[in-house]
Design a protein around this ligand. Structure first.
Ligand code: FES
Length: 576
């Protein structure tokens, strides 16, 4: 079967000379240009992305596997997204990275690609880009860090940071201990080891069938992760020979499986946005309501923070995602195809649970329903989401007075003001943090509580916004309100003292203000000023879709295929 790379490396004349000759400056011998599969190793390595800083080690391991299987590995960099350093938010750049990945793959002589990812947005960004090309693709994540260890107990990245910060702010933790906990939380290579967005996305990648079985949970420093990279290098060469492409694996069934798995693992709300965006790229019809319909009643089978007690290390030792897939056999489609060329059923046939305190069965779950609920109402006609398993149950039916913040800056300037008119029954409302509002939809939805309420021991309140929440966070937090306030959504019309009703059972979020008053406010509403006038941010502001469509750019939805038109080197043709 002719491969894409043949159009570069097997060409005669100047076109072939140019392609081969300059590759030989890396010491590549002629025999590598014998038509063997060329495998791209798409690397989101960066020292500015600490969670991915070890990916060059994994790239070397992938190369061994590719060479061993008779392929020609070529590593290439793409923009990386470091959750802890990038401003205003990595979500602003997810689509930019997807463009980088897409165009890098299509423009180059690649027959298959291995995506090396890890930190939150690097995983969906790379998959979105690869979907728009649709060549054989396999994903290797960097793996979770080892458990944090602090003062004799395990601590989880992100999740315990919120607790420590609340304790420190309320004077219950010294500054010295607070600083020491930083060191103890991040003590190895890898991404957040709670079931935050990175771990959730790793599990979702495995559930979608894009990773070798059992790969999601292997700790980053464990030698078995390097073996996974090696075996993925082996496998991608075979996938090219089988022409097993993303579109054959990413079917509607695969996405339904992923939604159900995200519920069962207590996964991140960010997964919703990423799955919607990935589905849009590969041409699968997926809607926000699918998450509620398919996932809301799925029990919690994994006892990991932030919803539970343990961390990814214990999850791996307990058997990892293959056990979860087996335990979900009644709920998911185990016949779905995976990168192995086999089904989940075949891949996971020998899965054994080694610790039922960490992974539960469907009949004896840790919680009866763990999925994401999709809310509707006059505040969110196009939807909003909440993760009930991470919230205080008594707040899931609540009516309270709005305390409104018009921006992140407004929130920070007033939240700890002793004179702020707020109590534990108030509903904190944050406007203008949606896709276009901030821009980029930052993870600020889990607003920290007013200091005066923290001092009184209050640890959860209803909070609503058009922003996102870190997958490691928790609380009665309504997110992703669509349409967002910056484009004139009803959230923009909320005023201090308005009554807001949250009714989880009824899937309702309601602003109890008469329609005529809302109409009056709408007539007076003015869009916030838009400061960005150029560059990528302008592109984002012009084209970003709302949260219910995954915040992908409208011009990026779908794919352009492998780019047959690019198979001709225009410059060489004019010169030969
Ligand atoms: Fe990178 Fe959490 S900061 S995964």
């Amino acid at each position: 079967m002719p491969l894409r790379s043949h159009d570069w490396f097997l060409k005669s004349g100047q076109a072939g000379f140019k392609a081969r000759s300059r590759m030989k400056n890396q010491g590549t011998p002629q025999q590598m240009f014998d038509g063997r599969p060329v495998i791209g190793i798409c690397n989101t390595w960066s020292e500015l992305t600490p969670c991915n800083a070890h990916l060059r080690i994994l790239a070397e391991q992938v190369k061994r596997g590719v060479l061993e299987a008779g392929g020609f590995p070529l590593e290439f960099p793409v923009m990386s997204l470091g959750e802890t350093l990038m401003r205003p938010t990595t979500m602003l750049y997810r689509n930019l990275v997807s463009m980088d990945v897409e165009e890098s793959i299509r423009a180059n002589p690649l027959d298959g690609v291995v995506l090396l990812v890890g930190c939150d947005k690097t995983t969906p960004a790379a998959i979105m880009g690869a979907c728009s090309v649709d060549i054989p693709t396999i994903v290797v994540t960097g793996g979770p860090m080892l458990n944090g260890k602090f003062q004799g107990r395990d601590i989880g990245a992100g999740t315990d940071k919120w607790r420590f910060t609340d304790d420190w702010r309320s004077g219950n933790m010294s500054t010295a201990d607070y600083l020491e906990s930083e060191t103890c939380m991040s003590r190895s290579d890898g991404h957040c080891m709670t079931m935050g967005t990175a771990s959730s996305m790793a599990c979702i990648v495995e559930a979608l069938g894009l990773m070798l079985p059992g790969g999601a949970a292997i700790p980053a420093p464990d030698a078995r992760r390097r073996r996974l990279a090696h075996l993925s290098g082996n496998r991608i060469v075979q996938m090219v020979k089988e022409d097993l492409r993303l579109s054959q694996i990413l079917t509607r069934s695969a996405f339904e499986n992923a939604i159900i798995v995200n519920a069962a693992i207590g996964g991140s709300t960010n997964v919703i946005l990423h799955l919607l965006a990935i589905a849009g790229r590969i041409g699968v019809e997926l809607r926000l309501d699918d998450f509620d319909r398919l996932g809301a009643d799925i029990p919690l089978l994994v006892n990991l923070k932030p919803a539970g007690e343990f961390l990814m290390e214990e999850f791996y030792y307990a058997g990892g995602l293959p056990v979860v897939l087996q335990n979900l056999a009644r709920a998911i489609d185990l016949d779905a195809l995976t990168v192995t060329g086999q089904s989940h059923a075949e891949n996971t046939a020998g899965a054994v649970c080694y610790d039922d305190k960490v992974i539960a069965s469907l009949d004896q779950p840790f919680q009866p329903s763990a999925g994401i609920a999709v809310l509707r109402g006059n505040l969110c006609p196009d939807g909003a989401v909440i993760k009930p398993s991470a919230a205080t149950p008594r707040l899931m039916q609540h009516r309270g007075k709005a305390v409104v913040f018009a921006s992140v800056a407004d929130f920070h300037s007033r939240i700890d003001d002793p004179a702020l008119d707020v109590d534990e029954n108030s509903v904190l409302v944050l406007q203008n943090v949606g896709p276009k509002g901030f821009p980029g939809m930052p993870e600020v939805g889990n607003m920290s509580l007013p200091r005066k309420l923290l001092d009184r021991g209050v640890r959860d309140m209803v909070r609503i916004s058009d922003g996102r929440m870190s997958g490691t966070a928790y609380g009665a937090v309504v997110l992703h309100i669509a349409p967002e306030s910056a484009v004139g959504g009803a959230l923009a019309l909320v005023r201090d003292g308005d009554m807001i009703e949250l009714d989880l059972a009824g899937r309702r979020l309601h602003l109890d203000v008469p329609p005529e008053e809302l109409a009056r406010r709408r007539a007076a509403w003015q869009a916030p000023p838009r400061s960005e006038t150029r560059g990528y941010t302008r592109l984002f502001l012009d084209h970003a879709q709302q949260a219910d469509r995954g915040v992908d750019l409208d011009i990026l939805v779908g794919g352009s295929g492998q780019g047959a038109a690019y198979a001709t080197d225009a410059q060489a043709n004019t010169q030969s």
